[in-house]
Design a protein around this ligand. Structure first.
Ligand SMILES: NC(=O)c1ccc[n+]([C@@H]2O[C@H](COP(=O)([O-])OP(=O)(O)OC[C@H]3O[C@@H](n4cnc5c(N)ncnc54)[C@H](OP(=O)(O)O)[C@@H]3O)[C@@H](O)[C@H]2O)c1
Length: 382
């Protein structure tokens, strides 16, 4: 495993971090399969991964009560790990903060859930235009100062899916140690993007990347034209290897989090990380990736990264899966097969017909997708 310093902190984090938003479950999102998740984390830690990323809400259905991800990690840390051997990162559920005392309430509850005395990297979760000024008003920055001073947290950060302008404002508002941004070779000009990355770097902040494979989209269904480009490349890599190597090629990125819920993905990503030196891709390889980018941009129907923040839908629609079928129909030259899958794999109440257009999903979507409009497209397509 290779390591990089997290910004200006002197902490050496593994370049591959474990994203605990997509742990294996028993079929229900809020029930982590402990046996499988434990084997994955055991293997990751034995292989040198030292950065674990979770959040209060991951693997949760009732968000106010928190999800199973922190609870599982708490058990895991207590039973299996020397606490100082890992960097633990978790996030304050920013959108659940109504008043000042909520800040301490959630942090203290997170420490209990994680069975630890301290969080290494404590992030404000998904800071957005609509919650940032409220967070400032309730005193979030003083709260962070106090939590640093009393040792409940060691470093501060925030995650963002908003635009560069808001991101830069937040960066400039405090002495943050790091940030967590969505970045992958298709998303350099959306959300925080390349400009935000450079700005964070100029402030000596550490940068962790989420959704490096766009939630799996860059590895799961590959349009024929893109498969052909990969096949003809001078080096043979899987699509996931190309995507991860692209990120590690950036010296400004300190760790890349991937949500790995099966051993095959984990092993592959650990192997790929062994070669993840900065500036290690040749100009010819980067040119090939530019071609792939252009093709994807032409083909993709909806920029969903399957983070599942929109779930559960009050009407039962399986939104990420419906949007995934829409993408597959646009990207693959086998529309008939995608249609068959849509009709046979989704239960009737999960299909797009059940959307009542309430729009709750759009309020929380990390990608700002006009979900109602896209679900209408799904109805038409299928
Ligand atoms: N703060 C926030 O707002 C926020 C939002 C999103 C994520 N995050 C954090 O960032 C972490 C990383 O994001 P992410 O989970 O979206 O990462 P990601 O790596 O882009 O997506 C994970 C998915 O990629 C696929 N995958 C992973 N390795 C693969 C491989 N070697 N070959 C083929 N497919 C592979 C799997 O998809 P399939 O299961 O479909 O095969 C997996 O579920 C999260 O787990 C979470 O901790 C934070």
């Amino acid at each position: 495993m290779l390591y990089r310093e997290m910004g200006d902190t002197d902490e050496k984090v593994s370049i591959l971090g474990f994203g605990c938003m997509r742990l294996p479950t028993d079929g229900r999102y809020e029930h982590i399969d402990r046996k499988k998740a434990t084997s994955l984390l055991d293997f990751a830690l034995e292989s040198g991964v030292n950065y674990l990323d979770t959040a209060y809400t991951y693997h949760g259905i009732n968000l106010r009560e928190g999800g199973d991800s922190e609870l599982f990690l708490g058990e895991y840390l207590q039973d299996k790990v020397v606490r100082e051997d890992v960097y633990l990162s978790t996030k304050l559920p920013s959108w659940l903060i109504n008043e000042k005392r909520d800040l301490d309430k959630y942090l203290n509850s997170q420490l209990k859930r994680l069975k630890t005395d301290y969080i290494d990297f404590y992030l404000l979760h998904s800071v957005k235009e609509r919650n940032w000024s409220h967070l400032e008003e309730v005193g979030v920055l003083d709260f962070l100062d106090a939590a640093l001073a009393d040792g409940r947290i060691r470093y501060t950060g925030f995650s963002s899916h908003d635009n560069t302008e808001l991101f830069n404002d937040v960066v400039d508002a405090y002495k943050w140690d790091m940030c967590l941004i969505q970045y992958n070779y298709l998303d350099e000009n959306i959300q925080v993007g390349r400009k935000g990355l450079k700005h964070a770097n100029s402030r000596k902040m550490g940068v962790a990347v989420m959704e490096p494979l766009k939630g799996g989209v860059l590895a799961d269904y590959i349009p024929e034209e893109i498969a052909e480009i990969w096949d003809n490349a001078p080096v043979q890599r899987t699509p996931a290897e190309w995507a991860l190597r692209y990120l590690w090629n950036h010296k400004e990125i300190n760790t890349v989090l991937s949500g790995m819920h099966n051993m095959q993905h984990l092993v592959e990503n650990i192997f790929t990380a062994a070669e993840g030196e900065p500036q290690s891709l040749t100009s010819q390889e980067l040119k090939i990736m530019e071609e792939v980018k252009k093709l994807y941009k032409d083909k993709i129907a909806v920029e969903c990264s399957r983070c599942e923040y929109c779930m559960p839908c009050p009407n039962g629609v399986n939104i990420p899966q419906c949007l995934s079928y829409l993408n597959q129909a646009a990207m693959l030259n086998d529309a008939q097969n995608v249609h068959t899958q849509y009709h046979f794999m989704l239960k009737d109440d999960e299909k797009a017909d059940n959307c009542l257009g309430c729009g709750l999903c759009e309020e929380i979507c990390t990608q700002n997708i006009p979900i109602r409009e896209k679900i209408k497209q799904v109805k038409l397509e299928f």
